[in-house]
Design a protein around this ligand. Structure first.
Ligand code: ZN
Ligand code: ZN
Length: 729
């Protein structure tokens, strides 16, 4: 054991020394590279001069002719418009005249066309909002679209036939979506498939009642038997979150490979299924440098890298057409808590075998500079908080997957005689998994249960909890509102936000901070050093721009494909590779989910067709939500719902009691007597004749739906979902 530690220490020291020696050379190389390869014609965001010139010439001619023709015509149009508005009263009159021809007078002043227009616009809005997650055939005319910036036609995509000897790289999720998540990549060669990661994407507030999304596995349905292995880079939910939906489908025959911590987290997730499936888990130690044979033609090797979670890896997939390096999520760290990244192994493979293709993540590509900081800094600053606010409780909120940071908190607390309790389901879960996988070390007698720690004096109490994103139902907010079982925030408490708000969550965090401040508590947020003089309390888990430059320069990939990011991140990542690192444009591809990227035996690369990709939506009870349901929810949230219930006599078809009216999320009925009276009047008039068959009832329902919508639109400017219910007794 001791020998092993010693060897590891020596290895670490060697690594650090080698890196320090390399640094000046690398820096020089960058500077030269930057000078050499920066494309003088390159205008950020613009196309090449060549491409642009070809198109604009035709355009200018076109606009000129249009301009000439447009002036007199548009004048006429304006004249016409004013005419129409003058005549609009007359039109309205005419419209209501046509209405009068029908059996019931609706007594409305708006034309039906206006209502229909409103409905059409509304349904367009609802569709646009509810289908942001649908990835159709993306029109990708970007410089790196795999067709040299030329537009691709549907026919081209449809007629694409796979090349027999190509290695096909297929992003199933994680590329060019709104928000980062749902990462999943397939690599296929002659009917053998290896899958890498199965992540979820958290749904935005645009999706009422939807909690997260999972990649649509239709393509996998059809290709299940070809899947030879499933690999996971690390245990963040955007990489393993979809396991419980997708893994059971493969059963015990397909081997799953990952590091012990990642496997632990996957198992934990699977244990939440009512029927826990038998799976073929295989723990990998990346420091072994073992080449794992996946199938006849494919094998893989895990490489230890650093991120913000233990057991993080990059993966090399060895194929007949060369090595594909998938970076996973990563950052550099000068003085890591974890074992230093096995960068030397990456370089060794580069030198001995080379990389035909590098898939590199894109999360922080837009952040300038480098990010060599160490988690130790965060730990020290946590200690400083405990010293500053030594007389009260310290409540630290961070992401539950930051188990290394939790280890630091435990250490700092123990050094000050404080005890630590964990709050929040995922927090407790993750600490358990980390302890079992030996991913963290814990000082003796420091961890306590929540119910016990509250009995201690305040200066001994440290609590680590979820809720740093201001989530309404997370522990921190419950402590603020007083709905937490053991803790109510008080004026002597100090709350640390050891995180940054994820884009989109800012207002929620602001709200939580406001609540804490109202209780008189001290709030310390990362990034607001000027308020408290306490340094960084959170570090990003992703490399910055210059780190990417170094990484890509060092790996010398033949071909390059950004992944793990929204479209603009992928594009910026590609621009970095071309303009700073100097990879030729035709060797860089910005793909969307579903694109098939072919790596050829001669190690050229191109796009060739698409597979079906999409999303499945799930609510917080893990139940699938149909898209139609989401659309209804959005519609109701904007316009409301309006139900009319008619009871008709079987014999006469006439109303036998006053119609019941139910309105939800639309208007408050007590304040709308006049409108309701009008609708009742209409319904009475409408049913004042005999009905014979069920088809008459169906037609009657349709007419009532349309007319009531019209009356409501006339009175309120809204078109709620109108549901007529007709009972015959
Ligand atoms: Zn991650
Ligand atoms: Zn990720």
């Amino acid at each position: 054991m001791n020998d092993k530690n010693k060897a590891e220490e020596q290895r670490r020291a060697k690594l650090l020394k080698m890196r320090a020696e390399r640094l000046p050379d690398i820096k020089k190389a960058f500077e030269e590279n930057q000078k050499r390869n920066f494309n003088a014609n390159f205008a950020p965001g613009g196309k090449d001069e060549k491409l642009v010139r070809k198109k604009t010439t035709t355009k200018t001619v076109a606009t000129k002719t249009v301009k000439k023709a447009a002036t007199p015509a548009s004048k006429k149009a304006v004249a016409k418009k004013s005419n129409t508005s003058r005549n609009s009263k007359a039109t309205k009159q005419a419209a209501s005249n046509t209405d009068k021809k029908r059996d019931v007078n609706l007594l409305v002043s708006t034309r039906k066309g206006e209502m229909v227009h409103h409905q059409r616009m509304l349904s367009q809005d609802v569709n646009a909002q509810a289908t942001q997650h649908i990835i159709g055939i993306p029109v990708n005319k970007s410089r790196y679209n795999g067709y040299n910036g030329e537009q691709v036609t549907m026919a081209q995509i449809k007629s694409a036939r796979p090349h027999k000897d190509a290695v096909r790289v297929i992003p199933i999720g994680g590329l060019g979506e709104f928000g980062i998540g749902k990462n999943m990549t397939a690599i296929e060669y002659q009917g053998e498939i290896v899958l890498i990661d199965m992540g979820t994407l958290f749904a935005s507030e645009d999706y009422p009642g939807v909690n997260y999304m999972v990649p649509d596995a239709k393509w996998l349905d059809d290709n299940r038997d070809k899947v030879k292995a499933i690999l996971f880079t690390h245990a963040h939910l955007d990489h393993i979150g979809a396991c419980r939906h997708l893994l059971p489908f493969f059963g015990p025959y397909v081997p799953i490979y990952a590091t012990p911590f990642t496997i632990g987290m996957i198992k934990k997730q699977m244990s939440e299924l009512s029927d826990v499936p038998d799976m073929n888990y295989n723990e990998v130690n990346p420091l072994d440098h073992k080449n794992i044979k996946i199938s006849e033609h494919l094998s893989c090797e895990f490489i230890h890298t650093l991120h913000s979670i233990p057991g993080n890896t990059s993966i090399v997939v060895r194929t007949p057409n060369g090595n594909i390096l998938l970076s996973g999520d990563w950052r550099f760290e000068n003085n890591p808590m974890d074992t230093p990244a096995d960068y030397d192994r990456m370089l060794e493979i580069r030198d001995k075998e080379g990389y035909a293709l590098l898939l590199n993540e894109s999360t922080n590509i837009d952040t300038p500079g480098t990010h060599p900081h160490s988690e130790f800094d965060v730990g020290e600053n946590m200690g400083r908080v405990m010293d500053h606010y030594a007389n009260g409780r310290v409540i630290i909120s961070c992401f539950s997957s930051q188990v290394k940071r939790i280890e630091l908190v435990l250490k700092e607390a123990a050094a000050r005689g404080r005890k630590v309790a964990f709050a929040g389901y995922s927090m407790i879960n993750n600490v358990e998994v980390a302890l079992r996988a030996k991913a963290i070390k814990v000082p003796k007698d420091t961890i306590m249960k929540m119910e016990d720690i509250v009995k201690l004096p305040d200066e001994k109490v440290t609590i680590v909890c979820t809720g740093s994103q201001g989530e309404m139902n997370a522990v921190l907010n419950r402590m603020v509102t007083g709905s937490h079982r053991y803790i109510k925030i008080k004026a002597t408490d100090t709350i640390v936000f050891s995180s940054n708000p994820i884009p989109g969550n800012e207002p929620k965090v602001v709200n939580t901070v406001g609540g804490l401040l109202r209780e008189g508590a001290q709030v310390i947020q990362n990034g607001k050093t000027h308020l408290t003089n306490i340094g960084p309390l959170h570090l990003s888990g992703h490399a910055y721009f210059e780190d990417h430059v170094k990484f890509v320069t060092d790996m010398r990939p033949k071909n390059y494909m950004p992944y793990h990011g929204e479209f603009y991140m992928l594009q910026h990542n590609a621009e970095m590779a071309e303009n700073v690192v100097g990879i030729p444009r035709e060797r860089i591809i910005v793909a969307d989910d579903g694109d098939i990227v072919e790596l050829m035996p001669d190690q050229t690369i191109h796009k060739n067709g698409r597979i079906h990709v999409g999303n499945k939506l799930y609510d917080d009870a893990d139940q699938q939500v149909n898209e139609a349901v989401v659309k209804d929810r959005i519609h109701i949230s904007r316009e409301g719902i309006f139900v009319v219930i008619l009871t008709l006599s079987k014999k006469t078809g006439r109303l036998i009691k006053t119609p019941d009216i139910v309105s939800r999320a639309f208007i408050y009925l007590d304040n709308s007597e006049e409108l309701i009276g009008k609708i009742r009047h209409y319904l009475r008039a409408k049913t004042d004749h005999t009905l014979a068959s069920d088809s008459d009832i169906k037609a009657l329902k349709e007419e009532i739906k349309e007319d009531v919508t019209h009356i409501l639109y006339d009175a309120t400017g809204h078109t709620p979902i109108v549901i007529p219910v007709i009972n015959k007794v």
